[in-house]
Design a protein around this ligand. Structure first.
Ligand SMILES: *Cc1c(COP(=O)(O)O)cnc(C)c1O
Length: 381
């Protein structure tokens, strides 16, 4: 591995534990671990294997390339569903790799039928219904229009409709009325497909927040992503520990430089932060190219993203730049070049969490972990 002055340490046993916790919460429903976006930045293959060890029987990905990468790596047993693609997608490769495919638009059925005819394989299809999120998926009238063609394809054995699924708009909002409304539209779509002749294996609607807070929408299969990695999808209501989850990722760097500076020293671009007194400052070799949000820059008026150095909780001082951030270590600091700076971790030792970074940057923990740069090595424990 190329040497790098920072790393993301991923605790695979935490992922396994979290998936087991989710499986227990899901009751009779099976668990599809969502490993899209490089397993939310944790590393596709190691995270997928850890999730399977925890009891997931399905894997979910957005991109077709992610599904094919899982199969190419020898993950042959579990069902894999891919759900986001555009015309030109490698449908024949997906069928050859035994991947289930979502159909969210009429054109996708034609493309799958063509691929099925070319490969001699039946496409296992999950019909994506837009039950009210207002994003991808067939609207109920589109579903009605498409059902005859779907059933003809099923009769020809080019397609088998195995699932109906949808995604919630307000799963993380306590008791939001739209959840029940979406579930109602969902159940009507299920009934319409079954009336038309679909033999559904799985109905699936729940993401992490819904698995944890909406027992009524678990159906046959649940699709947690964020919670598999130990982060809370409902941070204003409950933290990971309250939910029985353990954050899997720790992001840390080594201090590159430590130096004394006088009072009134401006740090980093545009000197948004000026030292109030003679102090010691450190260079942390992680920047926005590594995924550190520039919105978490610090200034004289407000501290930046949190850091832990030598057991102390400090903050980014000045602008986040492409490759580095500065930290004001305080007068008389004894920290040395090479000492560890922890940006976030599980929080078990007083270190900040990904949720703390999300708050500092005005975003959600999903974005903090998924945006982690490709050049930061992931190390697995
Ligand atoms: C990303 C995604 C999920 C997982 O969502 P979390 O909130 O991370 O649990 C589930 N379903 C779909 C369609 C998604 O795009």
């Amino acid at each position: 591995m190329t040497w790098y002055p920072a790393r993301a340490v991923v605790d695979l046993s935490a992922i396994t534990h979290n998936v087991t916790t989710l499986k227990n919460k899901a009751g009779q429903a099976q668990v599809m671990a969502v490993v899209k976006a490089d397993a939310y930045g944790h590393g596709l293959l190691p995270a997928a294997r850890a999730a399977l060890a925890g009891g997931a029987t399905w894997l979910g990905v957005a991109q077709t390339s992610e599904a094919l990468a899982l199969r190419a790596a020898g993950i042959t047993e579990p069902r894999i569903v891919t759900w986001l693609y555009a015309p030109g997608a490698p449908m024949a490769d997906l069928l050859a790799a035994d991947v289930d495919v979502s159909v969210a638009a009429p054109w996708a059925l034609d493309a799958l039928v063509e691929a099925a005819q070319a490969t001699g394989r039946t496409a296992r299809v999950h019909l994506k219904i837009d039950t009210g999120l207002g994003r991808n998926g067939l609207t109920p009238p589109q579903l009605d229009d498409l059902l005859p063609a779907l059933m003809r394809a099923q009769a020809d054995e080019t397609v088998s409709v195995v699932g109906i699924w949808s995604h919630l708009a307000f799963a993380d909002a306590p008791e939001h009325s739209t959840v029940r409304a979406q579930a109602g539209v969902f159940e009507q779509a299920v009934a319409a497909a079954e009336r038309a002749g679909a033999h559904l294996e799985v109905r699936h609607l729940a993401n992490s927040a819904a698995v944890l807070t909406w027992p009524s929408v678990r159906y046959d299969l649940v699709r947690p992503g964020l919670a598999c990695y130990g982060l809370s999808p409902i941070p204003d209501q409950a933290g990971p520990a309250d939910l029985g989850l353990v954050p899997a990722m720790t992001l840390e760097a080594r201090l590159a430089t430590v130096k004394p500076v006088p009072a009134g020293t401006g740090l980093s671009y545009a000197h948004q932060y000026t030292t109030a007194r003679a102090t010691t400052v450190g260079v942390v070799p992680l920047g926005y190219a590594d995924g550190i949000p520039r919105h978490a820059s610090g200034s004289d008026a407000s501290p930046g993203g949190p850091l832990q150095v030598g057991g102390r909780r400090l903050a980014v001082a000045g602008r986040v730049s492409m490759d580095q951030v500065m930290v004001d270590l305080g007068p008389g600091a004894t920290d040395q070049p090479g000492d560890t700076v922890t940006l976030f971790g599980p929080g078990h030792h007083g270190e900040p969490t990904a949720e703390d970074w999300a708050r500092a940057a005005g975003t959600i923990s999903y974005e903090i972990v998924t945006r982690l740069g490709a050049r930061v090595p992931r190390e697995y424990v």
